[in-house]
Design a protein around this ligand. Structure first.
Ligand SMILES: *[C@@H]1O[C@H](CO)[C@@H](O)[C@H](O)[C@H]1NC(C)=O
Ligand SMILES: *[C@@H]1O[C@H](CO)[C@@H](O)[C@H](O)[C@H]1NC(C)=O
Ligand SMILES: *[C@@H]1O[C@H](CO)[C@@H](O)[C@H](O)[C@H]1NC(C)=O
Ligand SMILES: *[C@@H]1O[C@H](CO)[C@@H](O)[C@H](O)[C@H]1NC(C)=O
Ligand SMILES: *[C@@H]1O[C@H](CO)[C@@H](O)[C@H](O)[C@H]1NC(C)=O
Ligand SMILES: *[C@@H]1O[C@H](CO)[C@@H](O)[C@H](O)[C@H]1NC(C)=O
Ligand SMILES: *[C@@H]1O[C@H](CO)[C@@H](O)[C@H](O)[C@H]1NC(C)=O
Ligand SMILES: *[C@@H]1O[C@H](CO)[C@@H](O)[C@H](O)[C@H]1NC(C)=O
Ligand SMILES: *[C@@H]1O[C@H](CO)[C@@H](O)[C@H](O)[C@H]1NC(C)=O
Ligand SMILES: *[C@@H]1O[C@H](CO)[C@@H](O)[C@H](O)[C@H]1NC(C)=O
Ligand SMILES: *[C@@H]1O[C@H](CO)[C@@H](O)[C@H](O)[C@H]1NC(C)=O
Length: 758
């Protein structure tokens, strides 16, 4: 027996101490070895480095949160706050699934309106189940794993007053220091109710100093890192754009004020969802912090008829005691291994040329074949035909028309896509770039199937298919409207349309774009209905075509979220391709997302968005830090020096792509904090690494500090080389003394160093 601390508040009430030292229940065959249940009952999901603990309050049968963080052998509930004044007891409890209406005045995780109009809920514990593995979430993307990877606890709650049941799902991934949570609400009564608010994650932390770290931005300015203290009151952010959006990413971390990249506690929260969302942290009078992440109440009001069940999307939380870098690496490997369903996630990606910068909508068979030949000469192995290829009655010559009419424009492609793509894929790639493959060009295509221009056959036929609300005007952005993908007929239309395109030619890559936020919704619930429809559509298409390399895009990173990463292995990171801006965007994006998921291209200078001119080598090094690399420029406008350099750039990028795709990612110096930002990819076995280092401005003083590497074997010797020269150092020297890089006196310099165990 373990001697447990006496809890005076409970002793005074004459209650047995619910603290658990004694494990009452473990799964028989040991498959759920990471979940234990004790008296109370009390629950603990624990592995070597983490524990997540909560218990049932014996008085109210409410769930009380105890701990989420580093490993703890026992559950020690926090003292409840002293009641008094205006608040009932619920305000002074650290709750696990807070409802509203019984004297807890903080923001609730769940808010339901009942048939008579009242919004009081009273969920209480009725039972639980433990299972090895993890059930899928009906209709929603979610992490997955086998019995050896993950175990799941389901806690059953029931509201006696309204006949509503709630099942809370908790899954632990011990290898990744991660807990995934979601819940289901079932209406077992006889009348419809409305789910007004649903936060997939909710806990109340103890009174500790915390910083909130999140990613905000805008179009061409995605994922900039913010860090601020969590002070009294609510702090949060949300997307009301209908999609996860450029404005805020559905991710945040809570960390100690002293936490750095490699030291200190940090807990990340990531919502596996593509629609509007809300994140909220609220520090109460007790100092406790309520942590909520889930659906945006402005876009919910979900009607639940008798017998129906509502499933919340999932939040994945990762805890690290070794700083933000370790948190990121857990997210990266968890998401690559147990969220992405795509075989391409672990595969080297083809270097591509996209037609947009070079040709815009002025494309046709001969122009694209010519571009593909030039791309092949440079060493690209994938030719992507962007916007402008479709539309008959409303030919897509510009943004104003044609979206929705996904048949090749007969003026531009008189024989359709088949013979034209056959011509492209018959082009032999210049072997000097040594980019592997069959030696032939491959072909990819751009689509934006969730959108429609009013000037299109589709809109004339089905004006009711786009989002609209009564007689309100249908607000145009970029001359287009959003199809209501919540409608089954729209889902079927998109599936058939994309199927038809894929059947018409050997297409090995699809860039799926989405270029505006949602407008007038028929009801707030239409956003979530849309997401369920969208997931049905892309589940269908990616299941039928796993060989296709799917790339998400939404005016850049407007939907860079874990929901789409479940289906698509990569996303276009930003429409801003300026090398300097991209450093900030890519470092920020890497907080939750693996670099393997980022699409990054080299474009022409001066940059179209910022007007800045940076050297080709700098732009290429920045883009080579991503899983998918390519060019958005017109090869015929390159000067001789650039044309000569590109095959070498592609050869180097292809050489390091496997480690960028599969390695562990270390942010060594962030562009927000250093004139010499740097990042390193290392294989988990420390056999090799690749260092990316940059000098933003030329500076005489102060000198750059030594660049201390990570992830190496201290006892091993490594060669450190740039392809022409190399030195040998031991891992201990590289990690503890660091490299002193000699930078030329020039702005926008870059180095890619290969580090290999001898
Ligand atoms: C709910 O109702 C059941 C059956 O009447 C009862 O056993 C249980 O104690 C009630 N729970 C609460 C929290 O009132
Ligand atoms: C647990 O922490 C130890 C010590 O920091 C570390 O070596 C180990 O890799 C961690 N395990 C996991 C699964 O993160
Ligand atoms: C639902 O209606 C049936 C038949 O009227 C009644 O027997 C039952 O108690 C009702 N259930 C609830 C939860 O109100
Ligand atoms: C194809 O497009 C190119 C470039 O826009 C143009 O010069 C050429 O005339 C077009 N050819 C045909 C057959 O339309
Ligand atoms: C292939 O690459 C080499 C090396 O850069 C270059 O000299 C040659 O012109 C390229 N061939 C073609 C057909 O573009
Ligand atoms: C867009 O293209 C259509 C079809 O070629 C043309 O009629 C229209 O004038 C163009 N509009 C703009 C704004 O360029
Ligand atoms: C492919 O190219 C070869 C020669 O380069 C040519 O003989 C053949 O007809 C081409 N095939 C197609 C389908 O264009
Ligand atoms: C609504 O659209 C109509 C037709 O395009 C236009 O005449 C009217 O000004 C619009 N109303 C508002 C409030 O934008
Ligand atoms: C995709 O949807 C189509 C049309 O609804 C259906 O016939 C087909 O079976 C679905 N395929 C998959 C893999 O879900
Ligand atoms: C994807 O990977 C799975 C498991 O390795 C394999 O069974 C399947 O054939 C692969 N599919 C493709 C299209 O490569
Ligand atoms: C490697 O570094 C040496 C010495 O600084 C330099 O001369 C050479 O150009 C570099 N090579 C590459 C490929 O950057």
């Amino acid at each position: 027996m373990i001697s447990l601390p006496v809890i005076p508040a409970l002793a005074a009430l004459g209650l047995a101490n619910p603290v658990l030292g004694r494990v009452l229940e473990r799964d028989q065959d040991g498959a759920s070895q990471w979940i234990s249940v004790g008296e109370g009952p009390s629950f603990s999901l624990s592995s070597t480095n983490i524990s997540y603990q909560f218990h049932v309050d014996p008085l109210t049968l409410d769930l009380i949160h105890d701990h989420w963080g580093a490993y703890a052998a026992e559950t020690v509930p926090d003292f409840n706050g002293k009641s008094g004044g205006w608040s009932g007891p619920y305000t002074y409890r650290r709750r696990e699934f807070p409802d509203l209406g019984r004297g807890d005045f903080r923001v609730p995780a769940i808010h339901i309106q009942h048939a008579d109009g009242n919004t009081v809920s009273a969920f209480s514990y009725t039972g639980h189940d433990i299972s090895a593995g993890k059930p899928s979430l009906p209709g929603l993307p979610a992490t997955f794993g086998g019995d050896e990877d993950v175990s799941t606890l389901t806690v059953h709650l029931y509201d006696n007053y309204s006949a509503i049941a709630a099942d809370l799902h908790y899954s632990i991934f011990p290898q990744y220091n991660a807990i995934a949570r979601s819940f289901q609400i079932s209406n077992q009564g006889n009348q419809s109710v409305t789910v007004l608010r649903a936060s997939s994650w909710s806990i109340d932390t103890p009174n500790e100093e915390l910083d909130l770290i999140d990613l905000s931005g805008d179009w061409a300015w995605e994922n900039h890192i913010n860090r601020r203290a969590v002070i009294s009151g609510e702090q949060g952010f949300r997307s009301s754009a209908g999609y996860s959006s450029h404005f805020h990413n559905p991710f945040f971390a809570l960390a100690a004020p002293t936490t750095t990249e490699s030291l200190g506690p940090a807990t990340g929260y990531s919502l596996v969802y593509t629609g509007s969302f809300a994140a909220n942290v609220e520090r109460w009078s007790t100092g406790w912090v309520r942590v909520l992440l889930g659906l945006n109440p402005l876009h919910l009001s979900w009607p639940l008829a008798p017998g129906e069940t509502f499933t919340s999307p999932e939040v994945v939380s990762v805890h690290s005691e070794q700083g933000l870098g370790s948190m990121s690496r857990s997210f990266h490997s968890l998401y690559r291994n147990h969220l992405s369903r795509s075989n391409h996630t672990f595969e080297t990606r083809p270097p591509l040329l996209n037609s947009w910068e070079g040709l815009g909508a002025n494309i046709n068979e001969s122009a694209v074949v010519k571009l593909a030949s030039e791309a092949a000469g440079l060493g690209c192995t994938l030719m992507v035909m962007d916007d402008g290829w479709f539309g008959t009655n409303y030919p897509r010559d510009n943004d104003t028309l044609g979206l929705g009419d996904w048949t090749p424009d007969p003026r531009k492609f008189p024989d359709g896509l088949g013979p034209f793509v056959a011509e492209v894929t018959n082009i032999t790639v210049n072997e000097t770039s040594n980019s592997g493959g069959s030696g032939k060009m491959t072909f990819g295509i751009w689509v934006e199937p969730e959108m429609v221009n009013p000037e299109s056959d589709l809109y004339l036929e089905h004006p009711d298919w786009c989002l609209h609300s009564g007689s309100h005007n249908r607000t145009l952005v970029r001359d287009q409207l959003v199809l209501n993908v919540g409608l089954p007929e729209v889902q079927d239309y998109i599936i058939e349309t994309v199927e038809k395109i894929l059947d018409s030619a050997p297409i090995s890559y699809v860039k799926w774009d989405n270029n505006r936020g949602m407008h007038e919704l028929p009801s707030p619930a239409a956003d979530h209905a849309y997401m369920l429809g969208l997931y049905r559509v892309i589940d269908n298409l990616t299941t039928a075509h796993p060989e296709v390399l799917w790339e998400g895009c939404a005016s850049g990173g407007g939907r860079f979220d874990p929901g789409l990463f479940h289906y698509w292995p990569q996303t276009w990171t930003s429409d801003d391709t300026d090398g300097l801006e991209r450093l900030y965007i890519q470092f920020g994006t890497s907080l939750p997302y693996p670099p393997s998921a980022m699409g990054c291209h080299v474009s022409a200078v001066p940059n179209g968005q910022t007007g800045r001119t940076t050297p080709l080598a700098f732009r290429a090094a920045v883009a080579s830090m991503c899983g998918s690399f390519g060019f958005e420029l017109n090869p015929s406008e390159l000067d001789q020096e650039e044309t000569a350099a590109i095959p070498g750039i592609i050869a180097r990028q292809q050489q390091i792509n496997p480690i960028v795709i599969n390695g562990d990612f270390y942010r060594l110096a962030l562009p927000d904090q250093s004139n010499w930002p740097a990042a390193l990819f290392a294989y988990p076995d420390a056999s090799s690494a690749v260092l990316f280092a940059f000098q933003i401005r030329s500076k005489l003083k102060p000198l750059p500090g030594p660049l201390k590497l990570k992830g190496l074997d201290p006892a091993a010797k490594y060669s450190v080389g740039n392809g022409t020269t190399s030195d040998t150092w031991s891992g201990s020297t590289l990690m503890n003394v660091g490299l002193s890089l000699q930078w030329p006196s020039a702005d926008y310099e870059s180095m890619i160093l290969l580090i290999d165990k001898q």
